[in-house]
Write a protein that binds this ligand. Structure first.
Ligand SMILES: NC(=O)c1ccc[n+]([C@@H]2O[C@H](COP(=O)([O-])OP(=O)(O)OC[C@H]3O[C@@H](n4cnc5c(N)ncnc54)[C@H](OP(=O)(O)O)[C@@H]3O)[C@@H](O)[C@H]2O)c1
Length: 245
């Protein structure tokens, strides 16, 4: 059976690895992968890296998913491509390392909106368009399970994302659409640019495998979850064994 797949922020880091995994595992000529991008350069670079077959399967769609208008435009672009969807992966996430005392309301609101409110309303708008046995994955974080001293607002937003997966499971009751959240600990992506050697060493000491995850390890868990019909309403942690010591 062919699939219509939608992925947000799919041209960088974890999102790009998810996109490449979905394309690698796609064996039906009618499969379609709709990838949201934000920075055009990233999209152009990724598009150039794809084989012709993969490029034919992908529709790159611009959207600023930190705004409600961006969300509305993205949803109408998706529905112009297909009225039905099978898989939705909400991967967009932003953060700040500003200290709590330096927060202003706009910063807090933008991070909560991008990480939590926009995915919530994206799912609300797309809900009537899911095929039976559809799948939704929300990108959470270990920072949503443990109070994350480096970023209060990010931690709170990701805790909301985890709970959203469980609450939405109830909203989808009767549709046979599954929804899960994935919580990675530390992943080697552009998100980490600027991290000092001292910071890597300090964090690696707390991880049983003593390294950050590669983004394709997260993509594999996403794919395994999408293809398992009995995983539902769950938070899947992928941490390498955090806080071992
Ligand atoms: N890296 C980690 O250690 C880690 C750990 C746990 C969870 N996560 C989560 O994993 C997800 C992906 O992060 P990543 O590590 O892959 O970092 P990343 O490479 O920096 O990816 C962040 C993505 O968000 C996109 N983005 C930023 N602002 C946007 C906006 N206004 N509208 C649409 N897209 C926007 C970026 O697009 P452009 O590149 O086009 O700007 C980029 O594709 C996030 O939800 C993050 O919270 C990451």
């Amino acid at each position: 059976m062919s699939k219509i797949m939608v992925l947000t922020s799919g041209t960088s880091g974890i999102g790009k690895s998810i996109a490449l995994k979905l394309l690698k595992e796609s064996h039906d000529d009618n499969d379609k992968l709709i990838i949201n991008y934000f920075e055009e350069d990233q999209m152009v670079e990724m598009s150039a890296e794809l084989s012709e077959t993969d490029r034919n399967e992908v529709s790159f769609v611009y959207a600023d998913l930190s705004t409600y208008e961006g969300l509305e435009g993205f949803v109408s672009d998706i529905l112009a491509i297909s009225d039905k969807i099978d898989w939705l992966i909400c991967n967009t996430g932003i953060g700040t390392y500003k200290k709590f005392d330096e927060y202003d309301y706009e910063l807090f609101d933008r991070i909560l909106r991008t990480n939590l409110s926009i995915p919530t309303f994206m799912i609300q708008k797309l809900k009537p368009h899911f095929n039976q046995y559809g799948k939704i994955i929300l990108m959470g974080s270990l920072a949503g399970k443990l109070p994350y001293s480096s970023s209060l607002v990010y931690s709170v937003s990701k805790a909301g994302v985890h709970h959203l997966a469980q609450c939405l499971m109830k909203e989808f009751d009767g549709t046979y659409v599954s929804i899960n959240a994935i919580a990675p600990s530390f992943v080697q992506t552009p998100w980490q640019k600027g991290r000092s050697e001292e910071s890597y060493e300090r964090i690696n000491k707390k991880i049983n495998l003593h390294r950050f995850a590669e983004s394709d390890e997260i993509a594999k868990l996403v794919y395994d979850t999408l293809t398992n019909d009995f995983i539902n309403g769950t938070l899947l942690e992928i941490t390498g064994g955090y806080d071992y010591f």
